[in-house]
Design a protein around this ligand. Structure first.
Ligand code: NDP
Length: 328
């Protein structure tokens, strides 16, 4: 009864794009009932590489894959788009100042946000993966005033999944039996992994683990610094785990979250938990019937409150730096 879902992937020739596209084509993101129409956006010099990925996708003979378009045109990429994964971003190069990086990305995400506002479906769901993801999402959102602000998200799911992964390794309990983890704030090392409301096999996580020093120390810092550790070990950024988290995020957005659980998403704050309105901030949320509802009544410890202030300040700093560039 439905046509294919139009999925746009930017930075499609990059590592995360390469890891995500085949699973999207296989139905891991939208379910095995919905066909997909893939739009791969790249910068002109990477279009050939994206064409190569498109050839491999065709060679996958995926039953759900109805169309693949490779383009460097924003209009073609976002025309009628239902789901946008904004993965491509300007990487930090040696000697580059933070303000140069912010400016380059502000330009990319302003142009993409504008194109989404002009060409995408009015209910488009946008997930920003490219860093600095939270601020890039705020920029894209500001450039598309006619689209609901709630539909612009930044990816905190990898941080969320990393936290679950650490708890699973420590306890030997499988990931599906670990619930209600939250990672507050920015997808940077100021993020605040919080297990105060988490359960492991139905037992409160702190009771089950019996080691608050580990939870507040090594666990939290391992989760927050995992990206750098992976670069050290692999000699390259995490890619498959980031792709996996993006797929998890969108799958929950479309198909819902389990009734007794929540996940971490970052969308523009409505002022929940005292977070300044408009900051794209990691918070616990449940998805039902295609819509997210932030879990807004959790009690937070002194420690979480204090650390949350720091991640708010981090995001305000990014916001102000972008404002100072005169972009939003
Ligand atoms: P990746 O595919 O590895 O990463 C893409 C982005 O995701 C980066 O900004 C990266 O941030 C970010 N990211 C977010 N979370 C994570 C995570 N947990 N682990 C790793 N990365 C994470 O980058 P590549 O360089 O392989 O590919 C990028 C592609 O994007 C290139 O092909 C380039 O041409 C393209 N591009 C496309 C644009 C467009 O479509 N208009 C615009 C700009 C670039 P970080 O840098 O901090 O690792």
């Amino acid at each position: 009864p439905f046509g294919p879902i139009r999925v746009t992937v930017t930075g499609a020739a990059g590592n995360i794009g390469y890891a995500a596209l085949f699973r999207i084509a296989a139905g891991a993101m939208l379910g095995r009932e919905r066909s997909v129409d893939l739009r791969l956006l790249e910068v002109p010099q990477a279009v050939d590489a994206a064409e190569g990925t498109a050839m491999e996708l065709a060679d996958g003979a995926f039953p759900l894959l109805r169309n693949i378009t490779v383009t460097d045109s924003l209009e073609t990429a976002f025309d009628g788009c239902d789901v946008a994964l904004l993965i491509g971003a300007m990487p930090r190069k040696q000697g580059m100042h933070r303000s140069d990086l912010l400016a380059a990305n502000a330009e990319i995400f302003t142009a993409q946000g504008r194109a989404i506002g002009e060409h995408a479906d009015e209910n488009v769901r946008v997930l920003v993966v490219g860093n600095p993801a939270n601020t890039n999402a705020a920029i894209a959102r500001a450039a598309a005033p006619d689209i609901r602000g709630d539909n612009f998200h930044a990816m905190m799911r990898l941080d969320h999944n990393r936290a679950i992964g650490q708890l699973s390794s420590r306890t030997g309990v499988s990931a599906d039996k670990i619930a209600r983890v939250t990672v507050w704030g920015n997808h940077s090392n100021t993020q605040v992994p919080d297990v105060d409301h988490a359960f492991i096999e139905g037992v409160p996580a702190r009771e089950r683990i019996q080691d608050d020093a580990w939870l507040d120390g090594e666990f939290a810092s391992t989760v927050a610094n995992r990206g750098a550790e992976i670069i050290k070990a692999r000699g390259a950024s995490s890619a498959a785990s980031a792709a996996n988290a993006a797929i998890d995020h969108v799958r929950n957005w479309v198909l819902g979250t389990p009734a007794d659980d929540w996940v971490t998403i970052a969308r523009p704050s409505h002022g929940e938990y005292g977070v300044p309105e408009g900051l794209v901030f990691g918070m616990p949320a449940r998805s039902r019937d295609g819509d997210w509802h932030v879990v807004s009544d959790l009690e937070r410890s002194e420690r979480v409150l204090r650390l949350t202030e720091a991640t708010i300040a981090d995001l305000e700093g990014e916001r102000d730096a972008v404002r100072a560039l005169g972009i939003t």
